[in-house]
Design a binder for this molecule. Structure first.
Ligand SMILES: NC(=O)c1ccc[n+]([C@@H]2O[C@H](COP(=O)([O-])OP(=O)(O)OC[C@H]3O[C@@H](n4cnc5c(N)ncnc54)[C@H](OP(=O)(O)O)[C@@H]3O)[C@@H](O)[C@H]2O)c1
Length: 250
């Protein structure tokens, strides 16, 4: 996939991995649009990168997705890359029962939004000579951390959905990529990370973005950080062993 001369929409692009990707794409000569719920963060990003286009939008609502789709396609007819990056992560203890599920809905933000945005944009992207959908899942899609049960389930859903989408779109102009980042230093679930002292244990977001750009340029459809490369060849038994090891630490 060529990584210059594209028009790219990044959901959740005002912070973290999304912002690092926006910066990388801008540097390479692409037109970049980002969206998110906090206008302040969008404006901050635009202040640092005046050629960045911003749109205030909540992708977890049908109305938000539809108005994003209409605005983007009316104003950026050359749009050819959709990056489904917006996401949240929550520690949820099911011993708390239904109360533990109160608050932000990971299923709507991490999975439902990605599925419906893909469906909305596919006919538009299909009309372009070369286009792509890039879904950000996680290494936790393959081996979960039990403390984040819904997060991991949504990312496993993103993994499976992306495989199916890649197959269904294989004879179209749309390439379908999945990115499975390792731990990256961002604001994701920052409160929890700070409490656990794991806030700065990951790779930097710009390093993650560089690996993603390299993967796209090489048509590597499942972009995995070298630290997680063994996930590609692991057996179910290996993954179950890894699950025990990872969760024993918590
Ligand atoms: N950091 C890691 O260790 C790691 C590892 C693997 C995968 N990932 C994945 O990478 C992606 C980016 O996360 P990040 O680490 O860069 O964290 P982040 O800095 O918190 O970025 C998440 C972005 O998503 C946006 N967002 C959340 N809900 C939204 C909604 N309903 N509508 C629109 N935008 C929304 C947030 O902006 P607003 O709150 O302003 O809307 C924020 O800009 C996520 O999908 C995450 O699961 C992260």
């Amino acid at each position: 996939m060529k990584v210059n001369g594209n028009t790219v929409l990044i959901t959740g692009g005002a912070t973290g991995i999304g912002l690092a990707l926006a910066e990388s794409f801008l540097k390479l000569g692409n037109e970049v649009i980002i969206c998110g719920r906090r206008e302040k963060r969008l404006l901050e990003a635009q202040k640092n990168h005046p050629n960045l286009y911003i749109k205030n939008c909540d992708v977890s609502s049908e109305e938000g997705r539809k108005s994003l789709f209409i605005w983007v396609t009316e104003n950026f007819n050359n749009l050819n890359i959709l990056i489904n990056n917006a996401g949240i992560q929550r520690a949820i203890d099911f011993k708390d029962g239904i109360k533990g599920l109160e608050g932000e809905n990971e299923i709507k933000i991490n999975l439902e939004a990605l599925v419906y945005l893909s469906a909305l944009f596919i006919p538009f992207l299909e009309s372009k000579q070369e286009s792509a959908i890039i879904n950000i899942s996680s290494g936790l899609a393959i081996t979960p951390l039990a403390v984040f049960p819904i997060y991991c389930a949504t990312k496993a859903g993103v993994h499976t959905f992306t495989q199916c989408l890649r197959y269904q779109l294989s004879k179209t102009s749309i390439k379908v990529f999945e990115v499975l980042p390792p731990i990256v230093e961002t604001e994701l679930n920052m409160e929890y990370r700070e409490k656990r002292g794991t806030g700065n244990k990951g790779i930097k977001a710009d390093k993650c973005a560089a690996a993603i750009i390299k993967g796209l340029a090489n048509d590597d459809f499942e972009i995995v950080n070298p630290a997680l490369e063994n996930l590609k060849t692991a057996t179910l038994a290996d993954l179950n062993k890894l699950f025990g090891k990872m969760n024993g630490q918590w």
